[in-house]
Design a protein around this ligand. Structure first.
Ligand code: ATP
Length: 348
């Protein structure tokens, strides 16, 4: 349904998006995730037709909608895609029903059909009782529902979301994730969702593109990204808590703990938090860091130590008797779960 080929976007001399290619089938929920400035919003704006690619193409359902090489872009209103931003931008002088009706009016639907469709989406979003209120008379979460209702009213084949939940409080955000997925499924549309929140990405997506520095580091399903991260960046970006990366210098962890199994390798070793344990004192298989915090997680405890650039998290059964400033000793398992080269690529 969405096919992106060799997409580039340059602002002056700056490459905001570099050589992005991917495709997703109809009905997919694609999440673009990555740190601030990695090019996610620029990607979404190109999909919406608000920004022209410098080179490369975008096709929806087999029809090219943007072609950087030929310098043409089908305008946003003619590409069967709806867009919702972080700021809801509802028309303040129109009621909720009026806001939802507006794009249907623009599309030229007759009055009876519009009234019917407005009723359908009000029901789908569970906001029928708000139909006659104005945007300043409803809460932020309700405004976001109205913005989504307005987007889906004309039944676009593609739904584009740019951090739509980031203005909501934590509880509402979790509720709205489920709501959004329900709406996505009910419409049968293909969605593209931009977020910097990996939890949101991993819980909502059928397909995830992890972006870094304008490029796609890895594209796959959430479970593939966790089970087989291709780069050290992906390995530490996904998962709750994220995996630990321990630098290896000449076959020794952190340049100190020699491990014959590593030979003379350099790079970094990945240990999952649930594979580490805590030791009473230092030994030939422990890393010593400064105790930073412990928090409960699903009946267990997440213990974190920090020293210099190194940050290690272990999931353990009982709360350790440690105070801030104490040393904490993490015992490594016999082998790392994965090994990454100094360039950050996973070694088989
Ligand atoms: P955030 O999560 O902070 O919104 P992002 O991943 O969405 O970040 P983009 O907004 O796509 O990032 O921006 C990618 C890079 O391109 C940034 O370095 C940004 O400063 C730059 N950029 C974006 N738009 C323009 C523009 N119109 N002119 C020049 N540079 C731009």
């Amino acid at each position: 349904m969405i096919q992106i080929d060799s997409l580039h976007k340059q602002f002056g001399g700056f490459q905001a998006v570099q050589d992005v290619s991917l495709s997703v089938p109809k009905g997919a929920f694609l999440v673009l995730v990555g740190p601030s400035g990695c090019g996610k919003s620029t990607m979404l704006r190109m999909l919406a037709g608000l920004e022209a690619p410098t080179s490369g193409t975008i096709a929806f359902g087999g029809n090219t909608v943007s072609d950087g090489g030929r310098g043409w872009v089908i305008e946003p209103s003619r590409r069967d895609a709806g867009l919702v931003f972080q700021s809801y931008a509802l028309w303040p002088h129109m009621t909720v029903a009026g806001n939802i009706d507006w794009p249907l009016k623009v599309a030229g639907l007759d009055k009876a059909r519009r009234r019917e469709r407005v009723g359908e989406v009000l029901d789908l979003l569970g906001i029928g009782q708000l139909a006659h209120r104005y945007p300043n008379e409803i809460s932020g979460g309700q405004q976001q529902r109205v913005a989504i209702a307005r987007m889906i009213a004309p039944q676009p084949g593609i739904l584009l979301f740019d951090e739509p939940l980031s203005n909501l409080d934590a509880k509402l955000r979790v509720e709205m994730r489920t709501e959004l997925l329900r709406v996505h499924r009910a419409t049968g549309a293909t969605s593209v969702y931009v977020t910097h929140d990996q939890v949101e990405a991993m819980t909502m997506a059928t397909h995830v593109a992890v972006m870094n520095g304008g490029r796609i580091e890895q594209f796959g399903s959430p479970s593939e990204l966790v089970a087989r991260p291709e780069t050290a960046f992906v390995a530490t970006f996904v998962g709750t808590p994220p995996a630990n990366l321990v630098p290896v210098v000449n076959g020794a962890y952190c340049g100190r703990l020699a491990d014959a199994a590593l030979g003379t390798r350099n790079g970094s070793a990945l240990f999952r938090p649930e594979e580490l344990t805590l030791a009473e004192g230092p030994s030939g298989r422990t890393l010593t860091l400064d105790y930073a915090e412990a928090s409960p997680i699903a009946g267990r405890f997440m213990v974190t130590g920090i020293r210099g650039d190194l940050r290690i998290t272990a999931i353990v059964d009982s709360l350790p008797a440690l105070s801030l400033g104490d040393e904490v000793h993490f015992r490594l398992p016999p082998e790392p779960a994965m090994f990454f080269t100094p360039e950050g690529r996973r070694q088989q």
